[in-house]
Design a protein around this ligand. Structure first.
Ligand SMILES: Cc1cc2nc3c(=O)[nH]c(=O)nc-3n(C[C@H](O)[C@H](O)[C@H](O)COP(=O)(O)O)c2cc1C
Length: 240
């Protein structure tokens, strides 16, 4: 009889703690979410109807360079080849730029002012323009065709197999009341993403260059940006 009582108590306790854990998980995934703006998916990315969805491979590849080495090697490299970059490297590159490193609280590798997570990360390739969806670890084809040269007339854009284009979505920045503030924080936040890209590239021995000299009006038209700003682009390729 004593054993039955102890067993029943233990079972009751275990069930209670599972319920409590479930409650905590819900709290993390729902309550801690960044408020979504009009035209924005629950995960914070801009709403699109993808022509195709490509699931990315698991993003953690074992890179050898420790942080201090990656910092030591960080540099702008404009000389790159047309060689395709393997998908596992692209996956890790995108994760390093703007993936979720704390998915349970919907937080990213790069910080953002007031955690507004205003950036949409686009990938321009020979095949088309893709939107990075960090939550699904996927890229969504939004436009078919090779638009790499449209980003900028700087010659490495025509050579790099991929270019990352970072677009600040100002719909997600309503907490900042003036355009001046939105411009300021969007520019600051871009720096973190850009440095993450630089450090991943130095660690993976890829070439990249942060580019502010880009055709913003053309990009805005291509991506149908109504209230936002293409801030920086990063062509990425194998080192020449
Ligand atoms: C915000 C920003 C914009 C930049 N825009 C361009 C650009 O349009 N074209 C380019 O060739 N380099 C560009 N660069 C790269 C700089 O020229 C480069 O970082 C600088 O020469 C220092 O070299 P390092 O990155 O190797 O230290 C940019 C860098 C930053 C931080």
């Amino acid at each position: 009889m004593k054993k039955v009582i102890i067993f029943t108590l233990a079972l009751g306790f275990a069930l209670c703690s599972v319920q409590a854990q479930k409650k905590n998980t819900n709290k993390n995934t729902v309550n801690n979410r960044v408020p979504t703006a009009l035209g924005t998916e629950a995960d914070g990315t801009v709403k699109v109807t993808p022509l195709e969805t490509i699931e990315l491979p698991e993003s953690f590849i074992g890179l050898d360079a420790p942080l201090m080495e990656a910092l030591k090697l960080r540099c702008t490299t404009r000389e790159m080849t047309e060689e395709e970059i393997p998908m596992d490297l692209i996956s890790s590159l995108l994760w390093s730029a703007y993936g979720f490193n704390r998915p349970e609280s919907h937080k990213r590798v790069a910080p953002s002012a007031v955690n507004v997570q205003e950036y949409d990360i686009y990938l321009f390739t020979k095949e088309g323009i893709y939107l990075y969806n960090a939550e699904k670890n996927a890229i969504l084809l939004t436009k078919k065709g090779d638009f790499r040269k449209e980003i900028s007339s700087q010659k490495f854009f025509a050579i790099a197999p991929i270019s990352i284009v970072m677009v600040a979505n100002y719909d997600r920045m309503q907490v900042f009341k003036t355009t001046e503030d939105r411009d300021f924080y969007a520019a600051v936040d871009a720096g973190y993403i850009s440095q993450n890209i630089y450090l991943f590239c130095s660690s993976a021995q890829l070439a990249t260059v942060a580019c502010g000299g880009i055709n913003r009006d053309v990009i805005h038209k291509l991506l149908d940006i109504k209230n936002g700003r293409a801030m920086l682009a990063h062509p990425v390729g194998m080192k020449r």
